[in-house]
Ligand binder design. Structure first.
Ligand SMILES: [Zn+2]
Length: 599
């Protein structure tokens, strides 16, 4: 029986958790249960799941296809008692749920998505979910990505007895193999001929053992990915091996945006690899595009200059952008720079260090497929629709596909764009750069440089708005009479904002975030309502645990900068779970405290 389950680390819906059993055993999820340990009576208690009081909830389904351990709470598919169970869930002190009849979901990708996500939504965030008898080495990472915590080797063992040999990317009949393409303890100890000569029972059990080992390896790999924060990339790679799994991922990206948005961190210290068609549909991409429209306010400038992206991030540290910046710097005060890029759409220069603008990598071939073009073009159209009136002129220093995308977007509004690259010319060529410099000089007339302070201030204000909502940036600056007390120190991008010697905020480029101090947080009016965690009557030390949270803003996501307020304390920290999870969870770190003031 489980004593408790605690989520320790999250990567989207996937988690690493600690499952403590009554006997004192501690297990880590993602976890693979072994069939043999489920069958042996003595270990039944180890795996057996819930308090005995709740055992009346077991066997809710009339025809169980899976012989669940004693005391497990099943989530049956459609059953009259299911509603009763759903009602009872909040009051059950349950840590572990089993999704029964899971095998039936393998018939349709839509069912697969629906059943797992419904189950996850139905149970508390700090309960473990076990989906029995469907895991293979091919689908395990996807199951964890969806929010499943526990799998088992039933399927792997059964396949072994059917002479089906599991591979990390699928399966093959043993008879089709000429060699054993594996290094596990089974496959490295005997050749395929030797395996073929074994009697039926021994051969099956050896293949089953190999299958289980391959599955177990997959669990370890997925766990490492969750730890690193890049399970999504691994899942994109894995689903390519099977059309069923690719369909599952595509359906989730289209239909389950809310489920994943709520669980996806706002920032990571990881580069996002955009290597597949599915990468364009990531929450991080959609969220960035949405926030640029909703939270970003461009500075008042005469010219909008649209530039191509660069491989090196932040863009301004790249050789190409160094040249662009040099070409326009005498007129910087007239120009607002916007970077056109796939898959993020448009990145205002001021936001180039935020996540994921400084944290993505995409193969550059010069070829853009139709979907990519349409998405980037829609981002530019939306930006122009909202901000066109901000500018007198639009200059685009773009060539190739960038230029085509830009002109197709501009056509919609009937605006004229001044292009500074000629057909077939590289944007970084001497000719193109000279043309850019000359055209800008002509269009601006009088020179007007931006001071270092103005550039830094623009970046910090835009980051504050992007993170906490419109107005946060100007709140940081305070009233007009405070302006001259504001100082920004540090080298790009490690800026530190202070007023009268008090530090208000720091740029944290490792995560692409702005970290506030308590003094900074007190200036931002937004924080009185949003990104706020209400805590109980205590002064937190180190971390705020979920039971200490009274209420939390629903828009809080993992890694958000949050303010916490209680009768005895006010402080700043970083969210370790989403706002809803803070309220619903009974365990786990909710906020990592950075600074606290007693009140
Ligand atoms: Zn093997």
């Amino acid at each position: 029986m489980s004593k408790f389950y605690e989520v320790r680390k999250r990567d989207g819906a996937a988690r690493i958790g600690k499952l403590s059993l009554r006997g004192g055993t501690q297990l880590q999820t993602p976890l693979m249960l072994r069939m043999e340990s489920l069958i042996e009576k003595e270990s039944e208690e180890e795996i057996g799941v819930i308090n005995a009081e709740n055992s009346n909830f077991k066997d809710l389904s009339s025809e169980e296809t899976w012989n669940a351990p004693r005391g497990a709470v099943l989530l049956p598919e459609v059953h009259p008692l299911f509603t009763k169970l759903k009602e009872a869930i909040p009051s059950l002190k349950v840590d572990f749920f089993v999704l029964s009849f899971a095998c039936s979901m393998l018939n349709s990708p839509r069912d697969f998505v629906r059943r797992i996500i419904d189950a996850r939504n139905e149970i508390p965030p700090d309960a473990a979910l076990w989906v029995p008898a469907i895991a293979t080495a091919e689908n395990a990472a996807l199951l964890f990505y969806m929010g499943v915590d526990v799998i088992d080797d039933t399927n792997a063992v059964i396949k072994g007895y059917q002479s089906i040999y599991l591979l990390e990317e699928g399966e093959v009949r043993l008879s089709e193999l000429e060699e054993l393409p594996c290094n596990c303890s089974v496959c490295s100890s005997l050749g395929i001929d030797e395996l073929g000569r074994k009697d039926n029972k021994e051969r099956s059990s050896l293949i089953a053992k190999h299958n289980t080992l391959v599955l177990e390896k997959e669990v370890k790999k997925a766990k490492e990915r969750i730890r690193a924060g890049n399970l999504r990339e691994y899942v994109e790679m894995k689903v390519k091996a099977a059309t069923f799994l690719t369909a599952v991922l595509r359906i989730m990206d289209l239909d389950e945006e809310e489920y994943f948005e709520y669980r996806t961190p706002v920032a990571r210290n990881q580069c996002m690899k955009v290597n597949t068609m599915e990468s364009l549909k990531r929450i991080e991409v959609k969220r960035f595009a949405r926030r640029v429209l909703e939270r970003y306010e461009p500075p008042a400038r005469k010219i909008l200059l649209i530039l191509p992206c660069s491989a090196r991030k932040p863009y301004s540290t790249s050789p190409s952008h160094t040249k662009f910046i040099e070409a326009i710097e005498d007129y910087g005060g007239h120009i607002h720079e916007l970077i056109l890029t796939s898959p993020l759409g448009v990145v205002p220069r001021e936001l180039e260090v935020v996540y994921p603008a400084a944290f993505y990598d995409i193969p550059v071939t010069g070829y853009w497929d139709a979907e990519e073009r349409e998405w980037v073009s829609s981002c530019l159209r939306a930006y122009l629709e909202k901000n066109l009136r901000n500018y007198e002129l639009i200059v685009a220093h773009l060539s190739g596909a960038y230029k085509e995308i830009c002109s197709s977007a501009a056509d919609v509004f009937g605006v004229e764009i001044i292009y500074t690259c000629e057909e077939g010319e590289e944007a970084t060529s001497k000719e193109a750069l000279n043309r850019l410099k000359e055209r800008i000089a002509e269009l601006c007339g009088e020179g007007k440089r931006l001071s270092g302070f103005e550039k830094k201030a623009g970046m910090i204000k835009a980051m504050a708005d992007f993170q906490f909502g419109k107005g946060a940036g100007s709140n940081l600056w305070g009233e007009k009479e405070d302006f001259e007390r504001i100082k920004i120190t540090g080298k790009f991008p490690y800026y530190k904002l202070s007023s009268n010697g008090d530090v208000l905020a720091r740029v944290v480029p490792q995560y692409g975030l702005l970290a506030l101090t308590v003094k900074g947080a007190r200036r931002i009016e937004n924080l009185l309502s949003s990104y706020k965690v209400e805590i109980g009557d205590f002064v937190p030390k180190g971390s705020i645990l979920a039971p200490g949270v009274v209420d939390a803003d629903k828009q809080i996501r993992v890694n958000d900068e949050v303010v916490f307020v209680g009768e005895k304390a006010f402080g700043m920290g970083r969210a370790k779970m989403s706002g809803c999870e803070m309220v619903e969870s009974r365990r786990g770190v909710a906020v990592q405290v950075r600074e606290v003031e007693e009140v």
